[in-house]
Design a protein around this ligand. Sequence first.
Ligand code: GDP
Length: 454
Amino acid sequence: MSTIAAISTPHAAGGISVIRISGENALTVAEKVFFPSSKNKRPSEMNGYTCAYGNICDGDTVLDDGILTVFRAPNSYTGEDVAEISCHGGIFITEQILRLILSEGAEPAEAGEFTKRAFLNGKMSLTQAEGVMDIISAGGKAELCCASALKEGALFRRIKTVSDRVLRLLGSLAAWVDYPEDDIPAVTNEEINDTLCYANKQLDELLSSYDSGKILRKGIDTVIVGKPNVGKSTLMNLLSGCERSIVTEIAGTTRDIVEESVRLGDIVLRLSDTAGIHFTNDIVENEGVKLAKKKLGTAEMILAVFDLGAEISEEDISIAESCKGKNAIAVLNKSDLDQKFDFQSISDNFKECVILSAGSGEGAEKLAEAVEKIYKLGDIVPDAGMIVNERQRACAEKAKNSFSEAICALASGATFDAVNILIDEGENFLLELTGERASEAVVNEVFSRFCVGK
Ligand code: GDP
């Protein structure tokens, strides 16, 4: 395989930049540009896990000084010989050094190529490589926790346990089908059924945790609704105040959406419609309900705010009715006032109800508990292995469907040959999930989402 090089640090000015070179000639290329100040040190002869200080030179011109770190195959990130040059973190100087390295025989690395080589050299599974990508993009504790578990191989091990058991069954079936006259113990319908039911139970568990896992990782699209003056803005301020709110600008294709996120314990609530965040009190009543209803349709979760200190109104009832069947929490605000609000009459419309005072903050912690209950977040254990992306979900789903078909075929008296084909198909989807038998197209697709230098 060719020797590749890229800048592995962000394309921005910083304290240091790291240029990574990987491949058979990594150290001879490094030797042409990096000159250790200790004259008896030669990069091509350095041991793995050692460093040298020196100059980076283009002919007689010293471009910069820095540190060279050497990793020897197979004990490197990619599994190949790797040289990493740390230089001063200017964009121009780093690019100049990379250009020099490329002129000495290295090829520019493609997006994700270092990690792709690590995968191809057996340093990590495909799901672990996806974990590396998720660690880089993780924006919060829960997301990082899921990404680390993925990188540590939690999902890989869980799928591998299932696929190994299915593989043993396939082995027995193949022996039985190919050599029926030999003295091979018969495979029973019960054995096949047991293995496939076990596999599907595991896959079901993984698939059902996908949605709640997504919420833990990406946050929940939330709207706060309620008629004017019930305390929506005060609640919003309270939530933002728990931890400074993060504002991210996402460049959309048609327009820019400003997304405001607030943290509630470990959960992020994404309040994506700014018009919905900055409530104005001058909305006439009907307009208020109309706006609220429109937002109710698209949100994943609704916080419907009511004023405990006021009588229930038609508008409150109308808002409550729009929440029916949705992931809606009734936030009964102003718990410090004399209670006039008749919640009982509308309680059926909500999954959870929280009594609090947005003004003083009293009872606010119960809001996080209510969200966790709705999404059953307490049941999620990232270390047990979780499906975290659409590719993995699709593979698990397809494997499950093939195994289900095999179970049906077996029950309806199909031959072992026919059942075998279906089980084999399911097993292939499991191996595609872990990357053990993924096509080149699948592998390329996974790594194309990486950044250059990773
Ligand atoms: P919005 O129109 O729904 O956004 O309501 P606001 O957040 O502007 O609040 C309306 C009024 O209710 C303001 O005067 C707030 O100070 C008051 N308010 C909000 N939360 C509480 C609370 O918990 N207790 C009391 N007594 N007043 C509150």
